[in-house]
Design a binder for this molecule. Structure first.
Ligand code: ATP
Ligand code: MG
Length: 397
């Protein structure tokens, strides 16, 4: 018997037509996240197998727990001997090493040519265990140990507990998006949810130096690094937004500051998305959260772009978002107290129901096309992964 990690795919197996593409991407993503470790990865249509040295098992499992597209992560054993005598002996050896009072044997037989049926194997192994380990009982409803045996075509698998994986789709299988990443609580969570649906993310951050500090930018970089744990790497586009914000502040009625500012952010995001082959924009907007997120505001802001804008948090309460932020590990960073460009320019009475006619009128007061062009051409690009900055970017699309 050899120890190994078994991966189950779950929802992926419903992708009948292009399952090959999904599994190949999953394998590439796993290989990338384990690239510094001594592992061997094998795969078939139903399972993936990862072999590593005993000392690396925990680390490998920890890393796999951050890979989308995995339904379950299982530490188990594999053997090529299919005889029932060997199966019984293997089960006994593995179960003797554990302490429990009640158990159930559950056999799955994907190799239908195997001469014994699953129930017969359960009975044969179960009674052998009862005979050889004293004081045990079978409990088919709530066993202390559910011991699994899988009779497959090329191997027999043995395992107990399963750890739930993240689910979702392998990153990159559903295309690429551009996340509007501020230093707040919402946008990293929105990004996480988009990544979960298989979208590879790049990120865009609008900074207004010197009104916003270097610390605010570092906070955004830290958040991008946290997303990179799930996304392999994040290409972060930093846009200098100072001139645009100052021009808006000087020329536009204050109640429309935020509306116009966000229309500019959307226009720039669309241009950066198109330049980088991102098919959608993702952001952390949540209906009703602030004046710029009423339905009227959102449509007035959204109308300046054609690209789809996906808002994973649209219908979430702030408390639900905070719970998720804590789960993915972004919350502590998000609540660090550095100003971002929106908080500095907040007007006392932002318009709640902005009119697009007025926006168009006000925008004529500023040379916004030139300003946007300037902001795009002077972008700073930073490549981040969870450990290092400025990696050589491995773009999988
Ligand atoms: P968050 O929503 O992330 O907590 P926030 O509350 O400061 O941050 P909002 O004013 O609610 O941001 O803005 C809504 C969304 O617009 C954000 O979730 C984010 O996607 C985007 N956004 C806001 N400010 C910026 C910025 N400076 N750079 C990039 N995107 C931004
Ligand atoms: Mg917000």
């Amino acid at each position: 018997m050899q120890k190994l990690i078994i991966i189950k795919y779950g929802e992926l197996t419903t992708k009948k037509d292009n399952i090959g593409f999904f599994l190949q991407t999953l394998k590439q993503n796993i290989a990338a996240i384990l690239s510094n470790l001594p592992v061997e990865i094998k795969q078939d249509a139903g399972r993936m197998f990862i072999y590593t040295d005993e000392g690396y098992l925990e680390l490998v499992k920890e890393k796999l727990a951050k890979v989308f597209g995995i339904h379950e992560i299982i530490e188990g054993y594999v053997d090529n001997d299919f005889t029932i005598e060997q199966i019984k002996a293997n089960a006994l050896a593995l179960m003797q090493a554990r302490s429990f009072q009640t158990f159930k044997i559950e056999t799955k037989r994907s190799n239908k040519n195997y001469p014994l049926e699953s129930m017969a194997i359960n009975r044969a192994v179960g009674s052998f265990i009862l005979k050889n380990i004293p004081n045990l009982k079978v409990d088919v409803h709530h066993p202390d140990l559910l011991f699994n045996i899988e009779i497959r075509h090329h191997e027999v698998l043995y395992y107990g507990e399963k750890i739930a994986g993240l689910g979702g789709y392998p990153v990159g299988t559903l295309g690429k998006g551009l996340l509007m990443l501020s230093g707040g609580i919402d946008s990293p969570v929105a990004g996480f949810m988009a990544i979960k649906r298989g979208i590879k993310l790049e990120a865009i951050y609008f900074e207004s130096s010197p009104h916003t500090s270097e610390q605010a930018k570092n906070k955004v970089k830290s958040l991008a690094r946290i997303l990179a744990l799930y996304n392999a790497t994040v290409k972060l586009h930093v846009i200098n937004f100072t001139t645009i914000q100052e021009t808006i502040l000087k020329n536009i009625p204050h109640e429309y500051l935020i509306t116009i500012m966000r229309r500019m952010m959307y226009r720039i995001s669309e241009a950066i998305a198109q330049k980088n082959k991102c098919q959608i924009i993702v952001n952390g907007e949540s209906i009703g959260q602030v004046a710029s997120q009423t339905l009227t505001s959102m449509s007035c802001i959204n109308e300046v772009v054609k690209i789809p804008v996906i808002r994973p948090l649209a219908c979430f309460d702030k408390l639900e978002i905070i719970t998720l932020a804590k789960k993915i590990g972004s919350y502590e960073t998000s609540i660090l107290p550095f100003e971002d460009c929106c908080t500095i320019f907040v007007p006392t009475h932002p318009v709640i129901n902005p009119q697009s006619k007025k926006c168009i009128e006000y925008e004529k007061l500023i040379p916004y096309a030139d300003l946007i062009n300037e902001a795009i051409t002077t972008e700073e690009v930073i490549y981040l992964d969870s450990e290092k900055d400025n990696l050589e970017y491995r773009d999988i699309l």
